[in-house]
Design a binder for this molecule. Structure first.
Ligand code: DOR
Ligand code: ZN
Ligand code: ZN
Length: 428
């Protein structure tokens, strides 16, 4: 097997070190390592991180291969520095059976760019009425441990309770898209000053917060684990902080876009800014950043939501919700969290690799960069500055809110079990 010597990178942002990869494994770390005939990557000034892990990716296969496939989505993931992604269940057919999750899992294995861990639906057809075959999906080759009806909220309290009870048996977790459906009927954007001025139907913060409050109480009641997807309001942060202070098994994620963008952008009526949950206010953005920094929010998750051009190139009300995010996630986190002094690179490794892997109980990812560990690694040049050009995306979709925006940092190399999937910023 081949050897690779990464020379002089700051491992997790610390002192420069050499890291020798031998085959699929990190063989040695230290200074002045003699790699022998190893391929050398000069990495002075760069940051070496554990391969990033996304708890929340929409890969669209099966059923919407016009927007993304497992192959194109995992290529986008690799470019973004990810070595594992959790594929959401809102496909066609829905991933609510062992057969469908095994299909997605197998496609991921064949891709070779990034590991794919399928998420199973909580309810049959995401309809919120009947529990899906959670046990069968867990026992399948896909080994599902994260269940979510994402895109839809499990709003029936009894079904949510049963799901929490069921996954407890195998240490699984229910990831909730917290959105009270009656409070968000016809909603088009965040409910606030901007929605009032634009005359667009508002999406109140309480629609998210009321479900989170209910679900942390339910999780505590049954002694199970709940994970809250894409937190978007300051009030949601307060509830999670309170639940954690009680010692309850509650975790939460935030998306890069909710760390950077606000509902002021909706004034442009450009549907690239239409997303669920919606972009909120500056005060919410600041509360989310602070909560990610202090650990109240456990991790960053992209909610990468590819849509074909025709589903976004239309008037605001008709446009699909969601934005692509895999290829820009780390840069947005660098801008909002690192360059602002809120988080150091070790913190980024924690929030984008260690913790999401731990929440998903994912093996072989989110491991320290040390001898004997699988060589799932990401090398980042933090000094890079460049404008986002969607034409160069590996994703099949282009619905980014950052087109033309200058963002800091670039993934130069990604390694999946010792094999380079990205070299010098390009797919290998
Ligand atoms: O904006 C979103 N898009 N939010 C979701 O919850 C679902 C996602 C999608 O599947 O497009
Ligand atoms: Zn969602
Ligand atoms: Zn989602």
């Amino acid at each position: 097997m081949s050897k690779i010597l990464i020379r002089g990178a700051k491992v997790l942002g610390g002192e420069p070190q050499d890291v020798l990869i031998d085959g699929e494994t990190v063989a040695q770390t230290g200074t002045g390592i003699d790699g022998g005939d190893a391929t050398v990557i000069e990495a002075a000034g760069q940051i070496l991180l554990p391969g990033l892990v996304d708890l929340h990716t929409h890969l669209r296969e099966p059923g919407r291969e016009d927007s993304e496939t497992v192959l194109t989505g995992t290529r986008a993931a690799a470019v973004g520095g990810f070595t594992a992604v959790h594929a959401m269940a809102n496909t066609f057919p829905v991933a609510d059976t062992a057969g469908v999750v095994e299909q997605v899992w197998r496609l991921g294995r064949e891709s070779g760019y990034c590991d794919v861990q399928p998420v199973g639906a909580v309810t049959v057809g995401l309809e919120g009425k009947q529990l899906a075959e959670l046990g069968a999906m867990h026992d399948s080759a896909a080994g599902v441990k994260v269940f979510s009806d994402d895109g839809k909220c499990v709003d029936d309290a009894v079904i949510m309770r049963r799901a929490l009870e069921y996954v407890k048996a195998f240490d699984g977790v229910v990831a909730q898209h917290a959105q009270e459906p009656r409070l968000t009927e016809g909603a088009q954007m965040n409910e606030g000053v901007v929605s009032a001025e634009l005359g667009l139907g508002g999406w109140p913060a309480v629609a998210e917060e009321s479900i989170i409050a209910r679900d942390v109480l339910l999780a505590a009641h049954v002694g199970s684990r709940v994970h809250i997807c894409h937190l978007s309001t300051a009030g949601s942060v307060e509830i999670i902080r309170w639940a954690k202070s009680k010692g309850w098994n509650v975790t939460a994620e935030v998306t890069p876009h909710h760390l950077l963008l606000t509902d002021e952008l909706v004034r442009t009526y450009n549907p690239v800014y239409k997303v669920n949950p919606p972009l909120r206010t500056e005060a919410d953005v600041m509360a989310l950043r602070e909560a990610l920094a202090d650990g109240t929010i456990d991790c960053v998750a992209t909610d990468h939501a590819p849509h074909p051009h025709e589903d976004k190139d239309c008037e605001w009300a008709a446009a699909a919700m969601g934005m692509v995010g895999l290829e820009t996630a780390l840069s947005v986190v660098q801008q909002t969290m690192v360059d602002t002094g809120l988080l150091d690179w070790a913190g980024v490794a924690d929030r984008m690799s260690f913790r999401p892997a731990a929440i998903g109980r994912l093996e072989g990812h989110g491991r320290p960069v040390s001898a004997g560990e699988p060589a799932n690694l990401t090398l980042v040049d933090p000094a890079y500055r460049g404008a986002v050009d969607p034409a160069g995306f590996a994703s099949r979709s282009r619905n980014t809110p950052y087109e033309g925006r200058e963002l800091p940092g670039r993934v130069t190399h990604t390694f999946l079990r010792g094999r380079a999937t990205v070299v010098d910023g390009k797919l290998a």
